[in-house]
Design a protein around this ligand. Sequence first.
Ligand code: PLP
Ligand code: COI
Length: 341
Amino acid sequence: MEKKNIDWSKLGFAYTKTDYRWQSTWDNGEWSEGGLLEDPEFHLLESACVFHYSQSCFEGLKAYTTEDGRIVTFRPDQNGLRMIDSAKRLEIPPFPLEKFLQSIDEVVRANAAWVPPYGTGASLYIRPVLFGSGPQIGVAPAPSYTYRVFVMPVGSYFKEGPKPIRICVSDYDRAAPHGTGAIKAGLNYAMSLFPTQEAHRNGYAENMYLDPQTRTYVEETGGANILFVDADNNLIVPKSQSILPSVTRRSLVYVGQHYLGLNVIERQVRLDEVKNFKECCLCGTAAVLAPVGLIHTHEGDIALPSGMDQMGEICGKLRQTLTDIQACKIEAPEGWIRTIC
Ligand code: PLP
Ligand code: COI
């Protein structure tokens, strides 16, 4: 198979139309067999529930080329399970895990020419979406649904690449108490668009959101979880009911404990103690592990001791170990790597 003629090392994080997508629809109580398509467009009714009541959720995962030339995905079962949780909360019929895994395998294999080669720093981003596509005008779940997964080659999510970014504490909330913060609903991202653009206009790469009830504790950013390293090199993981359970964060916690011998503390993190931490980073499928150099708050800027030039030592080790596992340079914990071809 001949790879596409792309300058892989120059890729950012943007949509590219690739050759195949995979789709299944739900009608009369069951999911269709599903399969590959070439048409990247949807043909939907104006009354489709998704347009009016935002009945939609999505996922994000990646395929990598390994050092020995295989194409693999990283923990796709975790994304499939999270999509089931998201669907249940939104009254969407869950897309079965086995079919989810099959759809990912087939769409990645069909688009193998788009999977960036090993060593380019790029990967194939996989975006499954699940939404109410049937007509709905009264506020109620849709009568029918569409599941689609499409893929595109991507590079770094932040323009800074692996260099430290500046973020700011938002005056807005991304999730309500007892709301949908812990699922990957499209509506959470609609809520974050205005504050995110505000942050960009002010020169920050992302927002740090606080807990919506008391605005005392650190939650996460618009598109990634947050981790800290304290003065004793403990990995500090913010805990909250309204944070998305990031697959990357859970993997980094395991890597920290079992590969790097770090002590991991998962607890509520007050904003006013962040000034005592040594390192901070964002983590997620798109973000991978992005170091934070500065956090703007109303009480002044917090400049992390790791600085604006390079990643802190612990964050660097976490990122390297995780990406080495994803490229199969070092052995992964059982069940983390799924070979596609
Ligand atoms: N938090 C939010 C709000 C996200 O959108 C994402 C991206 O998926 C994450 C965290 C990171 O999750 P994951 O590591 O599963 O990609
Ligand atoms: C991901 O990391 O996969 C996400 O969905 C986050 C999004 C902001 C791109």
